[in-house]
Design a protein. Structure first.
Length: 116
């Protein structure tokens, strides 16, 4: 067991994979995203908006996004503009799982960033 995070009004029990209890994880997912999954957010995450707080980030920040990501790359550009000194990398021919779609480019972007 990892802990008991609060998700909206629901106190969820995070569990290890070995416990084999995926029902709790699914309940937490549905509570957060809502009944339609992450493409139509009608759960607790509808109230989450941190754009105005991004300027408070004062550590080196790497934002990697695929040019065909479901999370529109424009959102990543906006995040980049709010985080001073951040680095934005948009990987071509890549969706949300950039590390799968473009593993060599992903690793290079992370390696270059960490090396600085």
């Amino acid at each position: 067991m990892i802990g008991r995070p609060r998700v909206g009004n629901m106190s969820a029990m995070c569990i290890t994979r070995r416990a084999g209890n995926t029902t709790t994880a699914w309940d937490v997912y549905r509570e957060m995203w809502g009944s339609h999954g992450e493409f139509v957010v009608d759960g607790n995450l509808t109230e989450v908006e941190y754009l105005d707080k991004l300027s408070q980030i004062k550590v080196p920040t790497l934002i990697i996004v695929g040019d065909h990501d479901e999370s529109d790359p424009q959102m990543s550009r906006e995040m980049h503009s709010k985080i001073a000194g951040s680095k934005l990398v948009i990987l071509p021919k890549s969706g949300h799982m950039t590390f799968v779609d473009q593993p060599t480019m992903f690793l290079k972007a992370v390696s270059d960033f960490v090396a600085k």
